[in-house]
Design a protein around this ligand. Structure first.
Ligand SMILES: Cc1ncc(COP(=O)(O)O)c(C=O)c1O
Length: 402
């Protein structure tokens, strides 16, 4: 049930459900019936700071009092400082930020930048990927959300798996030097938390260099500490040409995304026109939310915190897989992004959904993909995390006991 006046996303309107939320505090989301739910998924992977973080809230309020709106090319303190900080977080050589309103638009604009800067039109991405809902970003996307909307922009080649030799071969077969950019999530998130083999990113980087192809790290989900470092690609020992971010950039407190661009690409636009722009480019309220979030990540040392909590998270998932071998397997993860493969018939999945709801847990359960994904806010307390995972273990045992 719920309000019928607006569309529900990613579902038929009869098949979908809504929940009625009123707020939240820390890692708990509060519903209108007074119940409090433990968020083990950071909502849609954006709520890295949980709910009601006072620093972010007051930064937005302060900015609202000073200047709510301005022109896209205006300069103002929070925008200027945010861009500077983002470039400091990126590897050496990144010199420009392009602001957007979310992750899809970040990838969309990275595609445009790649096309303009290389003069090529083809892209390469993985089947097990999600890069956004707008048509260009959906064209990059490999998962089930793309086919119903085809034909898209075309000229996107998709590859399977994590095999670097396959990627190298496809790039060659597509025509030497024909691909403008390769788009990759450092760890495909919603598509199953797939950790790359150690040679994947270095060989991909080398193949891109060989072909004059740009490498874009889609850090929309993994950015800002999710994997235990600021960016997911930092684990891979390579430097991309562009980095797309959103979600954790504002910890979900306002809609903002960005493309961080290396000087070797950015300098092309010193004289060439950048055919890209948005009415709400670098919106002041969103910049204030982002700048405050980045300061909180730093002040509370949250990237390190995610790395510190990783062993405990994985140990709990391993215990679940050992205890429930018929239903749970392949515990894996990095930082505070982890998954289990979950197996069961449709009735089992229904019971699991109910058992999880009964325990007031929020996480990413997908029957279609056979996964349970855990991505708690980076501020989560170790004990609360363990309690939440044990509650999930109980839910799984309950669902499997019939
Ligand atoms: C890796 C990745 N890229 C892009 C997007 C799209 O971001 P948005 O929903 O903010 O447009 C998402 C969203 O889930 C994502 O996970």
């Amino acid at each position: 049930m719920g309000n019928k006046d607006y569309f529900l996303t990613w579902s038929s309107q009869r098949g979908g459900t809504t929940v009625s939320t009123v707020g939240g505090q820390g890692v708990h989301l509060k519903m209108s019936d007074g119940s409090s739910w433990l968020d083990l998924g950071s909502l849609s992977y954006q709520g890295n700071l949980g709910f009601g973080h006072p620093d972010v809230v007051s930064a937005i309020q302060k900015q609202a009092g000073e200047m709510c709106l301005t022109m896209p090319n205006a300069s103002f303190p929070v925008k200027d400082e945010l861009a500077r900080r983002l470039l400091e977080l990126a590897p050496e050589g990144f010199t420009k930020v392009f602001f957007t309103l979310g992750g899809s638009e970040a990838n969309e604009n990275a595609m445009k930048i790649a096309r303009l800067a290389t003069g090529r039109h083809k892209f390469l991405a993985r089947y097990r990927s999600y890069h956004g809902a707008s048509l260009g970003a959906l064209g990059l996307t490999g998962d089930f959300r793309r086919p119903p909307l085809e034909p898209g922009i075309g000229n996107v080649v998709h590859i399977l798996g994590q095999d670097a030799a396959h990627l190298e071969e496809v790039m060659e077969l597509e025509g030497r030097g024909s691909i403008a950019a390769v788009f990759m999530e450092p760890i495909p998130g919603a598509n199953g938390v797939l950790l790359p083999s150690p040679d994947y990113w270095p060989r991909m980087r080398a193949a891109c260099d060989d072909h004059g192809t740009l490498l874009v790290a889609d850090e929309v989900l993994t950015g800002f500490g999710r994997t235990g470092r600021c960016f997911g690609f930092e684990h891979e020992g390579v430097v991309p040409d562009m980095i797309t971010v959103a979600k954790g950039l504002t910890a979900g407190y306002a809609p903002l995304g960005a493309v961080l661009v290396h000087e070797r690409v950015a300098s092309y636009f010193d004289d060439a026109v950048l055919y890209a722009g948005l009415t709400n480019y670098a919106h002041p309220l969103c910049c204030a939310a982002a700048l405050a979030s980045l300061k909180v990540y730093e002040a509370e040392d949250l990237y390190t915190r995610a790395a510190t909590l990783e062993p405990g998270l994985l140990a709990e998932l391993e215990a679940i897989a050992r205890a429930q071998p018929d239903h749970a397997s392949s515990p894996r993860g990095r930082g505070l992004l982890a998954a289990l493969d979950i197996k069961g018939d449709p009735a089992f999945w229904e019971r699991l959904g109910q058992a999880v709801a009964k325990r007031r847990l929020l996480l990413h359960l997908s029957e279609r993909r056979g996964t349970a994904i855990f991505a708690p806010p980076l501020i989560i307390d170790k004990v609360v995390l363990e309690e939440g995972l044990r509650a999930f273990a109980d839910a799984l045992a309950e669902a499997g006991s019939r």
